[in-house]
Design a protein around this ligand. Structure first.
Ligand SMILES: [Zn+2]
Length: 375
C-alpha cells in the first residue's frame, strides 16, 4: 500500500500504512501556524475489494473538532465525481471506512478546486467581451493575485465585489464563484444582462493561492489568517488583502460578498454588519431586503441557523465583511456554506458538494438583482 499527498493541495502525514485495516494518518498543520483540518491524499492498494480503515489520529486536536461530528469524508476514483464514504469520529480519531473497488482512490475534506482549474477559469472568463482580467499583485510564494472585472464602469453604476477562499481549505467558495461567473457571463440570461447594465462586478476567485496549493486550511504561506488582516494589511504578511483593499479604495464598494465554508454548521447562511459602529436603519433595511431576496432565490439558503449576532458596536473590524461594511457603509456579508450537508435538503450520497456550491453561487445573483436599486 502507498499513500501520496505530493500534489496540488495535498495534505497528509502517513504514520502507518502496512495493513488495510490499520492505516494511521495525521493532518499536517498550515505552515507557521497551528491550524489544521484540510486533508487530501491518494491511496494506492493491492487489496482491492477488501475492507480498509483509515484513521486520522489527530482529528480531535484540529481547528474545529465539531466539524467532524456527523461529517463524512469525500472520495473519488476519477477526481471528477466525488462521493461520501462512511466516517466515524470518537472525539479524537476520525475513522474512514471503505472498500476500494479500484487500485487507487482519492480522499479529501471537500471537493478540491485545483490551481490549474483556477487558471483555466480566468482564461475561460476572459473570452467574454464583458470581462477584463486584472493583475493585482503577487503572493509571498510568487503566485499571481487576479481579479476579474465584469462589465463596463460608468457614472451611476454600482460596484459589486465578490471574494472567495481567503481560507484556502474552503474550496466550496471557488466552486461558488465558478457557478456565479457561468451565469453572469451568459448573454441569454436576462438577470445577468440587467445586473451588468446597472453594475460592475469585481471578482477575486481565489484570495489565497499559496494556501490553496500548499494544502492549508486557513492561512497563507506565512501562516497568516487573511480574514483577520483587514484593519491593517501589510505587503510582508498579507499582500493578498493589501492589494484587494487598495483596489476597493480606488473603485469603491456598494456591495461586498466574501465567500466561505463553515466546518461545523450544516446549513448555508450569512453573517452581516449588525455590530459595526456605523450600523444604522438604512444598513439594517438593506440587509433584511437581501436576506429576504436570498430566501426567495433558493431553498438552499436559510436564516434560522448561523453565527450569534454581534452586539451593537462589538464587531471585529479585522474581518473582511465588517471592515468593508464599516469603511464603505455598504451591504457587506460573509456567506458560509457547509462542509457536511445542508440539513434542510440532505443528499446522503454527495452531501454538500461542488455542484451545489456552483448552483448556490448562481442563485446568489438573483438576490443581488433584487436589491440592486437599493445599494
Ligand atoms: Zn472561512
Amino acid at each position: 500500500m502507498y499513500i501520496s499527498s505530493a500534489f496540488d493541495s495535498g495534505n497528509i502525514e502517513v504514520l502507518r500504512c502496512d495493513s488495510p485495516e490499520q492505516i494511521e494518518l495525521n493532518i499536517k498543520k498550515d505552515n507557521e501556524s497551528d491550524f489544521f483540518q484540510w486533508f487530501h491524499f491518494k491511496l494506492v492498494t493491492s487489496a482491492q475489494q477488501q475492507h480498509h480503515l483509515l484513521t486520522i489520529k489527530n482529528a480531535g486536536s484540529s481547528a474545529y473538532p465539531k466539524g467532524w461530528e456527523n461529517y463524512h469524508a469525500m472520495a473519488s476514483y476519477d477526481r471528477d465525481e466525488w462521493f461520501r464514504v462512511p466516517t466515524e469520529f470518537d472525539g479524537q480519531n476520525l475513522v474512514i471506512s471503505v472498500t476500494p473497488e479500484q487500485e487507487s482512490m482519492y480522499f479529501a475534506y471537500f471537493v478540491p478546486y485545483s490551481w490549474d482549474r483556477h487558471l483555466d477559469l480566468l482564461q475561460w472568463a476572459q473570452q467574454s467581451a464583458w470581462v477584463s482580467q486584472v493583475h493585482l499583485g503577487e503572493t509571498i510564494d510568487g503566485r499571481e493575485i487576479t481579479m476579474l472585472m465584469v462589465g463596463e464602469p460608468a457614472e451611476g453604476k454600482k460596484n459589486i465585489w465578490i471574494t472567495a477562499r481567503q481560507h484556502p481549505g474552503e474550496s466550496m467558495a471557488e466552486w461558488f464563484v465558478e457557478g456565479l461567473l457561468e451565469h453572469l457571463l451568459n448573454e441569454d440570461e436576462p438577470i445577468s444582462r440587467e445586473l451588468l447594465e446597472k453594475s460592475v462586478f469585481y471578482i477575486v476567485p481565489n484570495m489565497n493561492p499559496d494556501g490553496s496549493v500548499r494544502g492549508h486550511l486557513r492561512t497563507n504561506a506565512a501562516g497568516v489568517n487573511l480574514n483577520r488582516e483587514w484593519a491593517n494589511p501589510s505587503l510582508e504578511k498579507s499582500p493578498e488583502v493589501f492589494h484587494v483593499l487598495n483596489k476597493m479604495q480606488e473603485v469603491g464598494v456598494d456591495c461586498f460578498l466574501d465567500v466561505h465554508g463553515d466546518e461545523a454548521i450544516p446549513y448555508n447562511f450569512v453573517a452581516g454588519c449588525e455590530g459595526i459602529p456605523s450600523y444604522d436603519e438604512r444598513h439594517k433595511n438593506l440587509e433584511n431586503a437581501f436576506r429576504e431576496a436570498y430566501l426567495r432565490a433558493t431553498p438552499e439558503f436559510q436564516v434560522k441557523h448561523g453565527y450569534d449576532l454581534d452586539a451593537p458596536g462589538t464587531a471585529n473590524l479585522t474581518v473582511a465583511s465588517t471592515a468593508v461594511g464599516e469603511r464603505f457603509k455598504c451591504l457587506s456579508f460573509t456567506i458560509e456554506m457547509p462542509f457536511k450537508d445542508n440539513d434542510d435538503l440532505p443528499a446522503p450520497y454527495t452531501g454538500w458538494n461542488d455542484l451545489r456550491s456552483s448552483q448556490f453561487g448562481r442563485d446568489t445573483l438573483r438576490a443581488i438583482h433584487a436589491v440592486i436599486e437599493q445599494l
